[in-house]
Design a protein around this ligand. Structure first.
Ligand SMILES: Cc1cc2nc3c(=O)[nH]c(=O)nc-3n(C[C@H](O)[C@H](O)[C@H](O)COP(=O)(O)O)c2cc1C
Length: 192
């Protein structure tokens, strides 16, 4: 008797088929992998978007915070952000490294457009955390300038990563961007 026939006779075929289906199903969910949402936000817009992404994906979340907070005054922060960009500064962070980074296959990373680029604390973060080999899904909030150089400048600081389409949301719409987030997640392959 062939091995297949013996298995069939033993009534194991349905069990094997089920095991195969389960392993295929698990394989699919693993394609998205474990995800982390990393964000920097000064006035809360990008934070709202980060929280929506977390809610829709079940990802972990990590906030980039500078050791010395930015001024509460808008103009003072605008000036400081411009000076830091010009100097290519690397402001110190409260916590620069994600200790369990190796666990994540996908890193969502969000920040406001500051002077058409990423805020320099995001550069500090990217230099402290090696994202090569991971999928990097960037999201940006802005005051009308869109993504500008934010994608280019982020990609320069995480070589070797795989990049998805960028989600760009106007700052004043960030708190109600549930549908944009759902559509973006579907477009980049993270639909639930
Ligand atoms: C320092 C600074 C620079 C900014 N530069 C730009 C800019 O160049 N283009 C733009 O569209 N918006 C700019 N904005 C507006 C922010 O991108 C926008 O308000 C964003 O949603 C703020 O996100 P947050 O609330 O997460 O900090 C700037 C804001 C700040 C504080």
């Amino acid at each position: 008797m062939t091995l297949m026939l013996k298995i069939f006779k033993a009534g194991m075929l349905p069990a094997l088929a089920m095991a195969l289906m389960l392993s295929l199903a698990c394989g699919r969910s693993e394609a998205a992998g474990k995800a982390l949402v990393v964000y920097f936000s000064w006035s809360g817009n990008t934070e709202a978007l980060a929280q929506e992404i977390q809610a829709q994906t079940g990802a972990d979340i990590f906030r980039i915070e500078t050791a010395t907070p930015y001024p509460e005054n808008y103009n003072a922060t605008v000036d400081q952000g411009r000076a830091e960009l010009r100097e290519n500064a690397r402001p110190a962070l409260k916590q620069a490294k994600v200790e369990n980074l190796a666990e994540y296959d996908t890193v969502f990373i969000g920040a406001p457009n500051w002077w058409s680029s990423i805020p320099m604390p995001v550069a500090t973060f990217l230099e402290a955390n090696d994202l090569s080999g991971k999928t990097v899904a960037q999201f940006v909030t802005h005051g009308g300038g869109g993504v500008a150089n934010c994608d280019r400048d982020l990609q320069r600081l995480c070589p070797g990563a795989k990049y998805t389409e960028v989600l760009s949301v106007g700052g004043s719409s960030a708190r109600g961007a549930k549908e944009e987030v759902t559509e973006w997640l579907a477009a980049i392959g993270f639909a639930k």
